[in-house]
Design a protein around this ligand. Structure first.
Ligand SMILES: [Cu+2]
Length: 435
């Protein structure tokens, strides 16, 4: 497996090197054309080059390489050089010209008719008029910026060989303590925990059992479920089972269905699981801070019906967040700390997008269509394909991804400021890797 991944990575590296070589040679060409001004040469009876390309704000260096006097005149404007003696040259400032095409001629009688006519194209900006050296500077700045942008991507890729680049993994399946009567009991301790969102960025997260997201709870339809909440936070809290059918008294809304669970106190939630369901559990007290700061997790009952002939090799809850101390993240991590999903060719992967944030996130997967099979855990009678699935706060979408085409496929929120900043990719970015 590592060999395959390494091959893919090396292929990327080779591409990057090839790209650099290409851009270097382009830089060299651009550099050769730069100077105090674009050079135009006058001879009998020709203007060279026949098409003169100048960026807006530029100037021309007009050289008379002929044996008689010539000048350069831009038709339809007041711009022209003085008459230039053989061997002489003049600079013609054309910065007053708007972008567009102009005809340039030698206005010495008879010379235009003899062939001294060419086209002048003023572009919409660029490097043509810049002083020598600025192209090199621009390229150097760009190369430096590219190197900065590359760092998080390298750190993400390094996880494939070196393991996670941050401490702590959320959304891990929590095994129940099964009671004598068959009740599946899950103990959740709400507490403040240091949480490394991205390499070097550790925050005071509000967690269930010390991770963001909290542990994933999965039960079967008909299971008797007991959740024991132990509030070790400095503030009251409750748990609401979002998208899960429970008796009203178990709905977790403070002062409506129960008193708030005060610091140091416990509360027990009990209900019979009704599925299939793709839900979330989260705080419903001071929720606008407690949830986005980390009091969130996946709660799944049973399995969504699958299309005929499809078997799923892995089930991936992907909790989206964008606020609080956690910020823009997938399963409590910001790129490059996000975990890639790795599948063998031809496997099917089931993904549950769950938006616990405050904004909508259009989740875009490159290369592999997403088959949407359920909305908020309700099976769709007519599954549909999409490459971008917009997930609003509170929504869950269940999609199947068929790992058909090998490669490292970028997978990210398509609100671009949720995925990239001046220092490169961050936030809601990960990859789907097909081996
Ligand atoms: Cu987003």
């Amino acid at each position: 497996m590592m060999f395959t991944l390494l091959t893919v990575i090396l292929a990327f590296a080779a591409l990057a090197v090839a790209g650099t070589a290409l851009s270097n040679s382009e830089d060299a060409q651009a550099q050769a054309g730069a100077g105090a001004g674009t050079v135009v040469t006058l001879t009998e009876f020709k203007i060279d080059p026949a098409m003169v390309d100048v960026a807006a704000g530029g100037s021309l260096t007009v050289k008379n390489a002929g044996t008689v006097v010539h000048n350069l005149t831009i038709e339809g404007t007041d711009l022209k050089t003085a008459d230039i003696d053989p061997g002489g040259s003049e600079t013609l400032d054309v910065s007053s010209l708007k972008a567009g095409d102009y005809t340039i001629i030698c206005a010495i009688p008879g010379h235009k008719g003899a062939g001294m006519q060419a086209m002048l194209m003023i572009g919409i900006g660029g490097s043509g008029s810049q002083a020598a050296g600025s192209d090199t500077e621009t390229a150097a700045q760009n190369n430096a910026a590219d190197a900065v942008m590359k760092k998080p991507t390298d750190a993400f890729v390094a996880q494939l060989t070196d393991g996670p680049n941050t401490k702590g993994v959320g959304a891990q399946l929590l095994a129940p303590t099964v009671q004598a009567d068959g009740t599946k009991q899950f103990d959740l301790t709400a507490k403040i925990t240091d949480w490394e969102v991205e390499p070097g960025k550790t925050v005071k997260a509000w967690t269930y059992n010390g991770t963001v997201p909290g542990p994933t709870i999965k039960v079967q339809s008909g299971d008797k479920v007991r959740i024991v909440l132990d509030n070790q936070l400095p503030q009251s809290t409750t748990i609401h089972f979002h998208g899960i059918l429970v008796p009203n008294a178990m709905d977790g809304v403070p002062d409506v269905t129960q008193p708030p669970v005060r610091p140091g106190k416990k509360f027990t939630y009990e209900f019979v699981a009704q599925g299939p369901a793709v839900g979330m559990y989260h705080s419903h007290d001071y929720a606008e801070r407690q949830v986005v700061d980390g009091l969130l997790g996946a709660f799944i009952i049973g399995d969504e019906p699958l299309p005929a002939g499809v078997a799923v090799s892995q089930e991936v809850p992907m909790v989206l967040n964008d606020a609080g101390v956690i910020g823009l993240s997938l399963n409590g991590k910001s790129f490059p700390a996000t975990a890639p999903t790795i599948a063998k060719q031809d496997e099917w992967v089931e993904v549950h997008y769950m938006n616990e944030g405050l904004q909508i996130h259009p989740m875009h997967l490159h290369g592999l269509p997403q088959l949407v099979i359920a909305k908020d855990g309700f099976p769709l009678p007519q599954p549909y394909q999409a490459d971008t699935v917009a997930v609003a706060p509170g929504e869950r979408y269940t999609v199947l991804v068929h790992a058909t085409t090998p490669g490292v496929w970028a997978w990210h929120c398509h609100i671009l400021t949720h995925a990239e900043r001046e220092t490169g990719m961050f936030g809601m970015v990960t990859a789907f890797i097909v081996k």
